[in-house]
Each structure stands twice: as structure tokens, then as C-alpha cells.
Design a protein around this ligand. Structure first.
Ligand code: ZN
Length: 361
């Protein structure tokens, strides 16, 4: 039996889906079945028990049938959404970037708390950003869902705001990402997690209130039961002995504990943060090299001025990883430290990420 155009498209789609998710497909063009070796989680997502399975066009026997009427499309959609983050790279048309006055821009934007800054040079070039979109779902007794976008300056490793960049500018697609997704995913995911806790505050408070209300109801109910268990019943003739009364009370207490545990389980929050898409933007700007002097020590840093948004990006704190315009520097190693981390170091608190233990003078 020959292969129709529709079937051949379906086969190309399946092949590209499998290859994008790390699978290997051996399927000669004139054959109606092929052999696949796929990562076990991808195979499972496609309804297979084994990493190796036979894939077949409709009406031919195989483990996975490419049948438009069957479950193949649902399973393929799920595999796509789970294992193939959408990626794209775009460049904005070259703006005429003026290099003049960037020294003044640096001075105006930054506060150098215990160091001197000398602006060395500025070069107009494309700054690379990654914008990640995350699907967020919090599941408890109820569900909260959202789609979050986080933008990272790839080389500065700081979180930036890119309001309206996607819509406002004329972009042209460029082939491939110039920075690997794993260079920014961690920073982006950390920022997204913090954002979720803020965005979902009302939902989380509501869950807290509900669980507290139900807990109180359970306690009231079982307290009444306990009182009842402690008093001899008037309806029955025989009066229970103290041991039996104690046993009844124990049973009521155990039951209350079981119900409270059930309640805690029902309201436990199951969180999901899944990257769904990544776009890389090449934005015209000025890369500014500065030299920071802290006592006798000197170190060079790179700052980024975004010409589209007419804004200079913050510098990354070496301790918490957050971007900041107000910086302290350590002696000798000249590590940038934000105000919050500096205050913590002062008060003896320690949440240092770099953790080199060097004291700020
Ligand atoms: Zn910090």
C-alpha cells in the first residue's frame, strides 16, 4: 500500500516531534511502519510502555498508530507542550545609537557606596535578552493558574523589564539562539517563583483562611464529642467504668487527629512552574566598560544601556543575584553587593550566595 500526501505529512510531523524530544526514528520513505527509540518519559507521554516501539500509519499494525481519529493527536499535543519549549530569536532594526553622554548616564543611574567608578569605553552593539514564559499552576482545594513572562539580560544575568517590546517594535527573525537556554533558565525560574508568591497572595490567603476555618470546625465538633464521651450516658442503664471512658476519649482524639491530617492533605499546595516558550531578542544598545576601585583593588565590569528603552540595566549583586543600582564592593575581590545584602552582612545575618565570607569595610 502506497503512502498518501496526508499520511506523509503526518509521518514528517511525528518524526520531527520525536527527534525534537531526543528520539531516534528509523522509517524508510516507502514503508508504512518505522522503528523509534525515545527517552522513556517521552515514550510514556505517547502512551508507550517501552523506550523502543513501532510507529505505524493508519490501518497498519504498530504500537503507536498515526491515526487522526485516534488518540495520537491528543498525546502528541501533550508531548509537544511538555517536552518542546517553543523558541524563537529576533533582532530589532538597527537604531542609531549615540555613544556620547554614556559616562553621565552611568553616574546618574548608579550609586557607588564605597568605591570609585571610572567609565572606560562604550561600544554600540546588540544586547542579548531572553524572555521566558512560564505556565504556573497552584493546586490545592482550588486551582490558581497564570502565564508569567520574565526577561533576563543574558550577559549581565539580571532580570529586566521589557514592557511592550514584543508588540512595539518591528522585529525580524534571526536563525537560532545565540545564548543557550540553560544560561538563563535558573535566574528566570527563581524570579518567576518570587513573582508567583506575590501574584497568588490572595489565593494563598484564601486557602489559609479556609483551612483554618475547617480546622476550627473540626476541633469544636470533636471537643463536643469528647465531653459526651466523658459523661456517662443516662439512656443506658449500665454505668461505664473509668477505663472504658478513657478508651472512648482516646478514640475521639485519634479520630480528630486523622481528620486534621486529611484536611492538611486536602489543602496541601502542589505547585507547577513549567517553561512554555523562550524568545531571544537582540536589542541595539551600548556596552559600557567601567573600572571599579575599592581601596587598592581594581576590577572591571560591563554595564548595558538599552537604546530602545533608553535605560541602563542594573548590576548583579554577587550575593543574592538580584540587580541593583546601589552598590557596595568588598575589599580585595571587589565583589558588588546590593544594599539589602550589605545590611544583612552588617547585622550578622547570612544569606550569602557567594559565601566567600569576606567582610565589607
Ligand atoms: Zn544582594
Amino acid at each position: 500500500m502506497s503512502v498518501t500526501v496526508g499520511e506523509s505529512q503526518l509521518r514528517d510531523f511525528a518524526r520531527s516531534l520525536l527527534e525534537h524530544t531526543g528520539g531516534i526514528v528509523d522509517w524508510p520513505h516507502d514503508q508504512r511502519t518505522g522503528l523509534v527509540l525515545a527517552p522513556v518519559e517521552v515514550a510514556r507521554c505517547l502512551g508507550q510502555t517501552d523506550e523502543s516501539f513501532r510507529v505505524a500509519l493508519s490501518g497498519t499494525e504498530g504500537d503507536l498508530s498515526l491515526d487522526l481519529g485516534g488518540e495520537f493527536l491528543d498525546r502528541a499535543a501533550c508531548t509537544l507542550a511538555t517536552y518542546v519549549p517553543a523558541q524563537g530569536a529576533f533582532a530589532l532594526p538597527g537604531l542609531n545609537v549615540k555613544k556620547s553622554e554614556f559616562a553621565r548616564t552611568v553616574e546618574q543611574a548608579f550609586g557607588w557606596q564605597n568605591a570609585r567608578c571610572q567609565v572606560c569605553q562604550g561600544n554600540a552593539m546588540l544586547i542579548v535578552y531572553h524572555t521566558w514564559w512560564f505556565h504556573v499552576a497552584l493546586r490545592s482545594d482550588d486551582v490558581w493558574e497564570s502565564l508569567l513572562a520574565v526577561t533576563i539580560n543574558c550577559d549581565g544575568q539580571t532580570v529586566c523589564r521589557m514592557d511592550g517590546l514584543l508588540e512595539a517594535m518591528e522585529q525580524r527573525p534571526v536563525p537560532g539562539l545565540s545564548r543557550a537556554p540553560d544560561t538563563t533558565i535558573r535566574t528566570a525560574a527563581t524570579c518567576a517563583q518570587e513573582q508567583v508568591l506575590q501574584d497568588a497572595r490572595t489565593f494563598l490567603d484564601r486557602m489559609d483562611n479556609r483551612v483554618e476555618r475547617d480546622r476550627q470546625r473540626l476541633r469544636d465538633y470533636y471537643r463536643a464529642l469528647l465531653r459526651e464521651a466523658a459523661t456517662p450516658s443516662r439512656r443506658v442503664k449500665t454505668v461505664p467504668g473509668p477505663e472504658e471512658l478513657a478508651a472512648r476519649q482516646r478514640a475521639v482524639k485519634l479520630e480528630l487527629q486523622r481528620k486534621l491530617a486529611e484536611l492538611a492533605e486536602r489543602f496541601a499546595i502542589d505547585g507547577l512552574l513549567r517553561p512554555v516558550a523562550l524568545a531571544e531578542f537582540h536589542v541595539p544598545g551600548v556596552v559600557i566598560d567601567v573600572r571599579i576601585q575599592r581601596k587598592a583593588a581594581k576590577r572591571e565590569f560591563r554595564l548595558y544601556w538599552n537604546a530602545v528603552q533608553k535605560r541602563i540595566e542594573p548590576m548583579q549583586c554577587s550575593r543574592c543575584g538580584r540587580g541593583s543600582y546601589n552598590l557596595w564592593f568588598t575589599n580585595e575581590t571587589v565583589e558588588p553587593v546590593c544594599n539589602a545584602c550589605h545590611d544583612q552582612a552588617d547585622t550578622g545575618g547570612g544569606s550569602s550566595r557567594a559565601g566567600d565570607g569576606e567582610k565589607l569595610a
